[in-house]
Design a protein around this ligand. Structure first.
Ligand SMILES: Nc1ncnc2c1ncn2[C@@H]1O[C@H](COP(=O)(O)OP(=O)(O)OP(=O)(O)O)[C@@H](O)[C@H]1O
Ligand SMILES: O=c1[nH]c(=O)c2[nH+]cn([C@@H]3O[C@H](COP(=O)(O)O)[C@@H](O)[C@H]3O)c2[nH]1
Ligand SMILES: NC(=O)CC[C@H](N)C(=O)O
Ligand SMILES: [Mg+2]
Length: 530
C-alpha cells in the first residue's frame, strides 16, 4: 500500500514555514511535545527514533528535539543516538531520555540514581544559558525519571539542578546542543512553554508564525498543483474532517469536485437524510448519495474480528468511490483523485507517521485496499482535530458542523462487538444511540463531550420486567472528553441524566434490559471498543 509503505514519508509540512522535528524515543509525552511546539507557532512533526539523520535532514528542519523514553540509555537494547543527528548543523534539544542520550554519547556520566524523581520538583538555576533565559532562578518543574546525569560531557555547562538531579539542564553553545531533565511540555511545568519558545525562536531562529488556519493558502496552492484540471471526488461523511477537506478542495478547484456520501447502513438514525440536507444548504458542490447498505452488510456477514471488519469496510468504501468516479467520465477520463478528511491521529493510530505500533487500522488509512487506484488528496493529514476545527472556522464552516462530535467511518459496525453486525443488531444500537444523543443534547452537554455513543456487546443478561423474567441485551454508554483523540478521559455524566437514559432505553427498547457505563480512560482503553 503506497500510503504506509514508507512510514516516515514527510507529511506535507507547509512549505513557507519553519519546521522542528521531534524524534520519538517512546516517551509518554512525545505527542505533546509536537503539539506544544505547534502552539508556539512552529510546525512540528513527530518521527520514530530509528529514522536516522538522513530522513530528518529531508525535512530541512531548523531544530531537532529528542523526546523522553522508557529505556535506560546505558541498557544493552536501549534506542541509541544516531551520531549523524548531532552533525546536521541545527540546534538539538534533548528532553529527559533525550538529554541522557546526548550526555552519554558525548562523554558525560549517566547512572541510575538512588531515588527516582516522579512528579513535581523544584529547579534551581545556576546559570540561565540560552534555553532558561528569562525564567525564574527557582521554579517548579515536572519530572519522571530515575536515571540521572551526574556529570555533563566535557565542554558542556551544567545550568541547573533539581531536588534529586545534580544536572537538570545543560548546554554547549559551541556545539549548539541543549538538554533538560524535566518535561517542559506538561502543564505542571509552568515555564515550559517559555523554555520551548527560547529554544525555537532564540536558538533555532524560527519565526513563530505557524497556525492551523495559516495552512489554508498553502494547501490551496498544493491542491491545485496536485490535481491540475482533473476531476476529483471527495468522500464526504457529514463529519468535520471531510467537510473541511471538501471546502478546501472546492475553494481550490471549484466544480472539478464532486462529493460522494456513502450510506453503508451503519450510520446513525436519520443521519443520511441529515447529511444530504445540511450539505445542500451549506455547500454549493454536487453531492452524490449512495445507498450501499446491502453490499456492506453482505460483505461483513460472518465477520466479528475488529481488524477484519475495518479492512472489509475500508475496501468497500474504495470500491464504491471507484464506481462513482467512473460514472463521472462521460466520454472522458473519470476522477483519478480521492479527497479524504484524514487527520494526523488517524495516521498515527494506523501505525504510520511515528512508527508507533498499529492500534487499529482506520478505514481511511491502514484499512485501504492494496490495489488502490486513486491518488489521495489529504489536505488535513498533518493536523490534529482541534486544529482542523480552527481551519473550519477560518473557512466559515457553520458552528454546529465545526463542533460536531466525531463519528468513525466504519460507523456502528465497530460498536456491535463480539457478534456479527447484522441489520437487527444495528437497528437496536441505532435506537439506543438516538436516545442517548437526545438526552445528551437536552442536558446541554453535547459540545462538552468529545464523543458520546452506545456500544452493543453480544451479551444478554437476566432481568425482571413486569414481574416476568427477561433475557435481554446490555447497552453500554461511552462518553469521553478529549482534545485530539490521542488521550481521553471518561466523562462524569450527572447521575440523574444517567438514570434518565437507562430508564428510557429499557422502557423504549424491548430487547434491552440492562444499561452500563464505561469508566475507562484512554489509555488503557481506546475510545471505540474495536
Ligand atoms: N459515510 C461516508 N461516506 C463517504 N466518505 C466517508 C464516510 N465516512 C467516512 N468517510 C471518509 O473517511 C474520512 C475519515 O472519516 P472520519 O470519521 O475520520 O472523518 P469525518 O467523518 O470527516 O469527520 P469526523 O471525525 O468528525 O467524523 C472522512 O473524512 C471521509 O473522507
Ligand atoms: O474515520 C474513522 N475511521 C476509523 O476507522 C476510526 N476508528 C476510530 N475512529 C475515531 O478515531 C478516534 C480515536 O479512536 P479510538 O480511541 O477508538 O482509537 C475516535 O474519535 C474514533 O471514533 C475512526 N474514525
Ligand atoms: N521520562 C524519561 O525520559 C525517562 C528516562 C529514563 N527511562 C529514566 O527513567 O530516567
Ligand atoms: Mg466521521
Amino acid at each position: 500500500m503506497t500510503e504506509l509503505a514508507d512510514e516516515s514519508a514527510p507529511i506535507e509540512a507547509p512549505r513557507s514555514v519553519d519546521e522542528v522535528v521531534v524524534l520519538d524515543y517512546g516517551g509518554q509525552y512525545s505527542q505533546l511535545i509536537a503539539r506544544r511546539v505547534r502552539e508556539c507557532g512552529v510546525f512540528s512533526e513527530l518521527l520514530p527514533h530509528h529514522v536516522g539523520a538522513a530522513e530528518v535532514a529531508k525535512r530541512k528542519p531548523k531544530g531537532l528535539i529528542l523526546s523522553g523514553g522508557p529505556a535506560s540509555v546505558y541498557a544493552p537494547n536501549a534506542p541509541k543516538l544516531d551520531p549523524g543527528l548531532l552533525e546536521l548543523g541545527i540546534p538539538v534539544l534533548g528532553i529527559c531520555y533525550g538529554m541522557q542520550l546526548v550526555a552519554l554519547e558525548l562523554g558525560g556520566t549517566v547512572e541510575s540514581a538512588e531515588v527516582g524523581e516522579y512528579g513535581r520538583s523544584t529547579l534551581t538555576v545556576r546559570e540561565h544559558g540560552r534555553v532558561l533565559a528569562g525564567t525564574p532562578a527557582e521554579q517548579p518543574c515536572w519530572m519522571s525519571h530515575r536515571d540521572t546525569v551526574f556529570a555533563p560531557p566535557p565542554g558542556f555547562t551544567a545550568l541547573a539542578a533539581s531536588t534529586a538531579s545534580p544536572v537538570a539542564a545543560l548546554e554547549s553553545t559551541e556545539r549548539d546542543i541543549y538538554g533538560i531533565q524535566f518535561h517542559p511540555e506538561v502543564v505542571h511545568t509552568p515555564f515550559g512553554q517559555d523554555i520551548l519558545k527560547n529554544f525555537l525562536r532564540d536558538v533555532c531562529g524560527c519565526d513563530l508564525t505557524w497556525s492551523a488556519a495559516s495552512i489554508v493558502e498553502e494547501q490551496l496552492a498544493r491542491i491545485r498543483e496536485q490535481v491540475g484540471d482533473k476531476k476529483v471526488i471527495c468522500g464526504l461523511s457529514g463529519g468535520v474532517d471531510s467537510s473541511v477537506a471538501a471546502l478546501l478542495v472546492h475553494r481550490a478547484v471549484g466544480d472539478q469536485l464532486t462529493c460522494v456520501f456513502v450510506d453503508h447502513g451503519m450510520m446513525r438514525k436519520n443521519e443520511g437524510d441529515q447529511v444530504v440536507q445540511t450539505f445542500r444548504d451549506t455547500f454549493k458542490v454536487p453531492l452524490v448519495a449512495v445507498d450501499a447498505e446491502e453490499r456492506f452488510l453482505t460483505k461483513l456477514r460472518g465477520t466479528t474480528e475488529p481488524e477484519a471488519k475495518r479492512k472489509i469496510i475500508g475496501t468497500e468504501f474504495i470500491r464504491v468511490f471507484e464506481e462513482e468516479a467512473a460514472k463521472l467520465a462521460q466520454g472522458e477520463e473519470g476522477a483519478r483523485y480521492l479527497v479524504q478528511g484524514t487527520l494526523y491521529s488517524d495516521v498515527i493510530e494506523s501505525g504510520g507517521g511515528t512508527g508507533a505500533s498499529t492500534i487499529k487500522s482506520h478505514h481511511n488509512v491502514g484499512g485501504l485496499p492494496d490495489d488502490l487506484q486513486f491518488e489521495l488528496v489529504e489536505p488535513l493529514r498533518a493536523l490534529f482535530k482541534d486544529e482542523v476545527r480552527a481551519v473550519g472556522a477560518e473557512l466559515g464552516l457553520p458552528e454546529r458542523l465545526v463542533w460536531r462530535q466525531p463519528f468513525p467511518g466504519p460507523g456502528l459496525a465497530i460498536r456491535v462487538v463480539g457478534g456479527e453486525a447484522t441489520k437487527e443488531r444495528l437497528d437496536l444500537l441505532r435506537d439506543a444511540d438516538a436516545i442517548l444523543q437526545d438526552e445528551i443534547r437536552k442536558a446541554g452537554l453535547y459540545r462538552d463531550l468529545w464523543q458520546s455513543f452506545c456500544v452493543l456487546p453480544d451479551v444478554r443478561t437476566v432481568g425482571v420486567q413486569g414481574d416476568e423474567r427477561t433475557y435481554g441485551y446490555v447497552v453500554v454508554i461511552r462518553a469521553v472528553t478529549s482534545d485530539d483523540a490521542m488521550t481521553a478521559d471518561w466523562a462524569r455524566l450527572p447521575y440523574d441524566l444517567l438514570e434518565q437514559i437507562a430508564a428510557r432505553m429499557i422502557g423504549e427498547l424491548r430487547e434491552v434490559n440492562r444499561v452500563v457505563l464505561d469508566i475507562t480512560s484512554k489509555p488503557p482503553g481506546t475510545i471505540e471498543w474495536e
